[in-house]
Design a protein around this ligand. Structure first.
Ligand code: PLP
Length: 454
């Protein structure tokens, strides 16, 4: 079978203009091992983006493989209403020990967007249940990304995903979020006191009493181009939410599980949200699984005799799937047994230094922002004025194609190239990843400059 031809005959790929596939064919991956992906033609790709930010400990990790194989021999799936199973119970017990304090109840979904939907509904429903029916508004930041279903899109704000669907969306109060590279207050990361938080305060003065929840991606607005902002912003947000009786929903789908150097990004600010959404790294990139962890206070508002009609009737067929739970347990075991978090600060610093040394002085590299292993490299037309490149040049996409041809899976976001590799990356892999990235940037700019395309 010609797999590429058949793929294009049948498959509508996510987040793609399918016409692009005419000139840049889908790559058929046969196997993965560690950070490497192998295609059917014998080409190898280093996975710098953790296969959409979910792989934590390499592809085909022996420990997670073993846990999954063992689980599939005994139970692959069971209805999760009234029925339960050991892996998911153990998982909650283990997560409870590592999550920020006060997150005592777990509600499972099967993907990140669904977790965001569940959290929004839970918050709204909670307030209705305790007689605060005026609280039916959600607040979120500009440039936010929380998933693709209509509710999750509504709290998101990236035009390429949301623009067309605006007529369908729920009304959300959008607040201008932090923009540290182009800080309108003229601050730098070192002297910032989150002055821009005044934008939130201003909106809260108007809408605070009506707001049910504020949803935020803690510390990194990932899909927006790995925009990183300081922890003090989160601290201020926690205080403001308390003052106005608003749920703080931390969407840690992208940043949870060590991506920022700590288990969860909220820890950098020393805060606990009222709800946390987890997915992606939860199963180490193995199985679709997601959850919302919340407080007993929220849970208790739903706890009543059946006829009072207070139940949270939300459900997803694959909620709490045993295979996903067994992978998630294996992930937590790896964190513990291999003391992953202890090793991260020095390895994160080493990686950033290498990235900075190799790429920092390139002519079009405006900023290299970083937290954990996440390094976002923003390309700009003019380093001094920070003037962006026009999105029509599709610079990220062009560099992506070059990088793939050189054996690196980068997947830039607009003009931002980024690394968000598995936590198991070795020093040799760091060097190789950075070298190919550098060569790809140079190839691109040499090419366009010669053709005087801009
Ligand atoms: C990926 C992501 C989601 C959506 O998760 P899916 O499983 O793709 O639906 C939501 N929020 C953030 C911050 C994400 O990165």
């Amino acid at each position: 079978m010609d797999y590429i031809e058949k793929d294009l005959e049948y498959i509508w790929h996510p987040c793609s203009q399918m016409k692009d596939y005419e000139s840049f064919k889908p790559i058929v991956i046969e196997k993965g091992k560690g950070l490497r992906l192998y295609d059917t033609d014998g080409n190898v790709y280093l996975d710098a983006v953790s296969s959409w930010w979910c792989n934590l400990f390499g592809h085909s990790n022996p420990k997670i493989n073993a846990a999954l194989c063992k689980q599939v021999e005994s139970l692959e799936h069971v209805i999760f209403a009234n029925f339960t199973h050991k892996p998911v119970i153990e998982l909650c017990d283990r997560l409870h020990k590592v999550l920020p304090k006060g997150l005592d109840k777990f509600f499972f979904t099967d993907n990140g967007s669904a977790a965001v939907e569940a959290a929004l509904k839970m918050s709204f429903h909670y307030h209705a249940q305790i007689g605060q029916s005026n609280k039916k508004r959600f607040m979120a930041l500009t440039d936010a990304y929380h998933g693709e279903t209509i509710g999750a899109l509504s709290v998101g704000d990236l035009d390429i995903y949301t623009e067309v669907y605006k007529p369908l969306m729920i009304d959300v109060t959008r607040v201008q979020g932090p923009d540290c590279y182009r800080c309108p207050y003229g601050k730098c990361r070192e002297n910032c006191q989150a002055e821009c938080f005044e934008k939130v305060e201003k909106e809260l003065k108007i809408y605070g009493q009506e707001v049910s929840a504020f949803i935020i991606e803690p510390l990194v607005q990932a899909a927006a181009g790995m925009k990183i902002y300081p922890a003090i912003y989160l601290k201020k947000l926690r205080e403001a939410c308390d003052q106005y009786d608003i749920h703080l929903i931390a969407d840690e789908i992208a940043v949870g599980f060590g991506r920022t150097g700590k288990m969860f990004a909220c820890e950098h600010a020393g805060i606990s949200p009222d709800m946390i959404c987890l997915s992606k790294g939860l199963t180490g990139g193995y199985m679709p699984m997601a959850l919302v962890a919340t407080t007993n206070k929220v849970y208790d508002a739903f706890y009543a005799d059946y006829l009072e009609g207070k139940s949270f009737m939300h459900s997803h067929t694959y909620s709490g799937n045993p295979l996903g739970a067994s992978c998630a347990l294996a992930v937590l075991n790896i964190f513990e047994d291999e003391k992953i978090l202890e090793g991260l600060p020095s390895r994160n610093a080493l990686f950033h230094k290498k990235v900075e040394d190799a790429l920092g002085d390139l002519p079009y590299v405006g900023e290299i922002r970083h937290i954990g292993f996440i390094n976002g490299i923003e390309l700009v037309r003019d380093k001094r004025t920070k003037e962006p490149f026009s999105s029509e040049l599709r610079i990220g996409y062009e560099i992506y194609k070059i990088a793939v041809s050189k054996g690196l899976l980068l997947r830039p976001l607009g003009n931002v190239l980024y690394f968000n590799p598995p936590l198991s990356m070795t020093e040799e892999e760091m060097d190789e990843m950075i070298a190919i990235c550098k060569a790809s940037i140079e190839t691109y700019f040499n090419g366009v400059i010669n053709k005087s395309k801009f």
